[in-house]
Design a protein around this ligand. Sequence first.
Ligand code: C2E
Ligand code: MG
Ligand code: MG
Ligand code: MG
Length: 291
Amino acid sequence: YAAKRKQAGSQIYVPELDAGSQESLSLLGELRRAVEGNELRLFLQPKVDLRSGLVISAEALVRWEHPQRGLVPPMQFIPFAEQTGFIRSLTSWVLEASVQAWARAEARGQALRISVNLSTRDLLDQDLPLKIAAVLQQHRVPPQALCLEITESAIMDDPTRAMMTLEQLSAMGFKLSIDDFGTGYSSLAYLKRLPVDELKIDKSFVMAMERDLDDAKIVRSTIELAHNLGLSVVAEGLETAKTWKLLATLGCDEGQGYYVSRPMPEAEFAGWLEQWQPPDLGEDSPDTVLA
Ligand code: C2E
Ligand code: MG
Ligand code: MG
Ligand code: MG
C-alpha cells in the first residue's frame, strides 16, 4: 500500500513537473520564434496634458500576435519572459521598435516622446545603457525621444545596482519614470535620491477615485508628494471625464487611459493623433469628493 501510495504520489508529482517544464520549454521556444519571426506588435497609448488636453507623449505596450491564440496581452508572457531571462531580448525588440516609431513620427512632424517599460532584469543588465545608446545612434534618434518606465519593485529588488543604472541612464539624457506607484513597497528614502523625473500613479487608485474617498486621498497625497520632490505626475487608468476633472483639480500633470484612447497599433496612432480634440470638460468645478 505504501509503495502504491508512493507511486501514486510520484505519478502526480513527476508528470506535473514534467508537464510544467515541457510547457515552459515550448513557451520559451514560441517566444523566441515570436521575436525572430516578427510576431510582436508595438502598440502605443497616448498621454495627455490634463490642463490643455494636448497629447504630449505615448507609452509603448507590446502585444504578441500569436498565429493560433491571436493577440496575446503582455501579462500573459512578460512575467514568464522575466523569469527565464528572455525579457532582455524582448526589451531589445521593444526599444528598437519604439526608436523606429519615433523616427517615423518625427519625419511626419509628430515627434512625441515614447515611454518604454523596463523590467528588473533589464535594470540588472550592466550593458543596458550601452545597448540603448547603440540603438539610438543607429537610427539617429536623440535620448530625449525616450522615457524609461521602471516599477518601484524593480528598483527595490537591488536598490544599489538599480540606482547605479538609473544614474547612468539619467546622465545619458533619458527621462525616467516610476511606474505603478503605490502598488509595490518603496522606500521614500530611495525615492528622494533616485534621478527620476516622473511618477505614475497606479491605475487601481485612479480608477477607483470617483467612488472611493480613500483612493481619492491616496491620489491627492501622491500628487503632493511627487510635486514636493520636484517630479511630474501621470495618472494611469483615466477612464472618465469626471476623473479627468478631479485629477486636474488636484493638480495632476498628465493622464493616460481609455477615456483618451486604448493602446493602438503604431500604424493607427498617426491618424488618431490628427483627429484628437481635447474634450470640453466645462467650466463647472467637479463635485468635490475631497471637500
Ligand atoms: P503598465 O506599464 O503599467 O502599462 C499600463 C497598462 O494599463 C497597459 O496594460 C494599459 O493598456 C493599461 N491601461 C491604460 N489605461 C487604462 C485604463 O484606462 N483602464 C484600464 N483598465 N487599463 C488601462 P497592458 O498593455 O496590458 O500592459 C500591462 C503591463 O505589461 C504593463 O503595465 C507593463 O508592466 C507590462 N508591459 C507591457 N508592455 C511591456 C514591454 O514592452 N516591456 C515590459 N517589460 N513590460 C511591458
Ligand atoms: Mg508602464
Ligand atoms: Mg503602470
Ligand atoms: Mg501596471
